[in-house]
Design a protein around this ligand. Structure first.
Ligand code: SAM
Length: 231
């Protein structure tokens, strides 16, 4: 399905997201390395470290895609499982960690059953962030931790300008050429409009039952990491 020019909501958005990721799955990993200038590995390492959990803990990666974070979690010794809605992304997997096809807004897991939750570059794809944080709070045990990466807008004007050119001009052009799905890579920068401002994002997590909710940024503010502890 071709992503529309206006941003969809609700069930229309869910169906569009699933179909869009199915279509870009075969080239997703290669393009990810290009778009992040190869820095994504370091961000994932920091995400895993920010969990502050003992190795061997059960950690789930939500909207795991092809399994980058799951693979890093498994290599670090965690018992990692991934969940994603796109059969195409799961078919392009490159991890030994078990991956399950599921909507992360309705996880097939018992209450308090995991110690950690990670999520990479997917918050803006969900149809309801309060439901998402509530579901994370439900499946995490007390004192469990979450660490979530996503795109962000740099605050410093020069960085903001450079980021604008890269993310809103070069990435859609490059993504379109390398994936053969230009609409998907036009949608990618446009979809950041779904992300609430930092204070609101922190408030959403706090309201869902998390404490110590903190935000830090990388790459001059172009990437954010949100962490929190289950109360
Ligand atoms: C940008 S990709 C990120 C993949 C991976 N986390 C990474 O960092 O490379 C976004 C992923 O979110 C998944 N997704 C979006 N909405 C979802 C939902 N409600 N439940 C499960 N997965 C979802 C998509 O299928 C896609 O694989």
């Amino acid at each position: 399905m071709t992503p529309p020019t206006t941003l969809p909501e609700g069930e229309t958005k869910r169906v569009m997201i699933e179909s869009m990721f199915d279509s870009i799955a075969p080239t997703y990993d290669r393009l990810n390395r290009v778009i992040s200038l190869g820095l994504d590995r370091g961000w994932r390492r920091k995400t895993i470290a920010a969990l502050e959990l003992d190795p061997a803990a059960h950690v789930i990666d939500l909207a795991c895609g092809t399994g980058d974070l799951c693979e890093d979690l498994a290599r670090a010794g965690f018992r990692a499982f991934g969940f994603d809605i796109s059969a195409g992304m799961l078919a392009a997997r490159h991890t030994i960690a078990p991956l399950v096809r599921a909507d992360v807004l309705v996880l097939p897991l018992a209450d308090g059953s995991v110690a950690g939750v990670t999520c990479g570059f997917a918050l803006r794809n969900f149809t309801d962030l309060s439901v998402f944080f509530a579901e994370c709070a439900r499946v995490l045990r007390p004192d469990g931790r979450f660490a979530m990466l996503d795109a962000a807008e740099p605050e410093q004007p020069l960085m903001r300008m450079g980021h604008h050119v890269w993310f809103r001009r070069v990435v859609p052009w490059l993504g379109g050429r390398l994936s053969g799905a230009p609409a998907a890579y036009r949608y990618l920068p446009a979809s950041t409009a779904y992300l609430p401002p930092p204070a609101e994002l922190i408030q959403l997590a706090t309201r869902a039952g998390f404490r110590r909710v903190e935000r830090r940024t990388f790459m001059g503010g172009a990437v954010q990491l949100i962490t929190g502890t289950r109360s």
